[in-house]
Design a protein around this ligand. Sequence first.
Ligand SMILES: [Zn+2]
Length: 369
Amino acid sequence: MTKKTGFVWQEIYMWHDTGTHSGVLPPGVPVQPGTHAENPETKRRFKNLLEVSGLYKQLHQIEAYAASEEDILQVHTADYMNQIKALSDEIGGDAGMLTPFGKGSFDIAKLAAGGVMAAIDAVLDGKVDNAYALVRPPGHHAEPDTGKGFCLFSNASIAAKYAQNERGVGKIAFIDWDVHHGNGAEKIFWNDPSVLTISIHQDRCFPPDSGDLTDNGEGAGAGYNINIPLPAGSGVGAYEAAYDRVVIPALYKFKPDLIIVPSGFDAGAHDPLGRMMMHSDGYRSLTEKLLKAADDLCSGRVVMCHEGGYNDATVPFFGLAVIETMSGIKTNTDDPFMALFEALGGQELQPHQDQTLKEAEKLLNNLRT
Ligand SMILES: [Zn+2]
């Protein structure tokens, strides 16, 4: 069955300038600087593959608009926002921990958050069944008063606040499958039982000392933050088990009205900033599980917003697999990396990974219904 899938893309997203770096570190370290790890290549090539595969023209194009300063202030402090705005008007700077940006990035970041808002509008208005917002800069590490890990503003959280405050959406579930911890949404909705934040990530990869199993929300939000910190080296078997045993049961307990997926593809095999082994059929499988739950619980309302993913040859195929699954349209373009990644040792669930999942399963009891 095909679905109407919306897609957000703006050329200007690619013009957010992270400058010259040595990987993620600014010039000054004793190695020749080059391209920053977070640059347009993986995103542009993802969009290019959608075009070449023929899928792009079968998607419903959604025009992004800029989030207002008021929208941003639902999540971020005025001090932080104004600081970014002032630096962006000059020559840029660093928004916090490892978050370089150039002149004009404030406006691009407003368009990134607004792109996710526009995707939510299209889904709520019934113009599309689901949507993927290929935005940049990414957002899931940004916290209320600081940028972090290449992220200026928390795009998905700003859009979630908008959905609740301006569009009358009740409960929202975040399923963050980026290989790094979704610390931004965790912090923003820490005390909020109306937003279930689930992050499945590589144990203590980034930010440092973040994303533990025991960080479960507090106050009214106690139980509504679930971290699944899989050990480095986890493959498709561990991811599928995490969905079957924790993520999907949590969704059925919580019964969201909308599902937002901060979608990084850096859990893919061969990613330079992660050490997991997902492949495109794995992403297909996780997407199927999410869509099935969304169909049962919230009329299929799933909005994905792009986050990390740093291997410019493989990310496009992971993205294509996800959007093929969301739309139900299979193109003739096969992933040439599948055979290589499928054959990697340890793709099946391993005992030490199962141990983490046994602990994570216990967190389901803390979700009140
Ligand atoms: Zn990431």
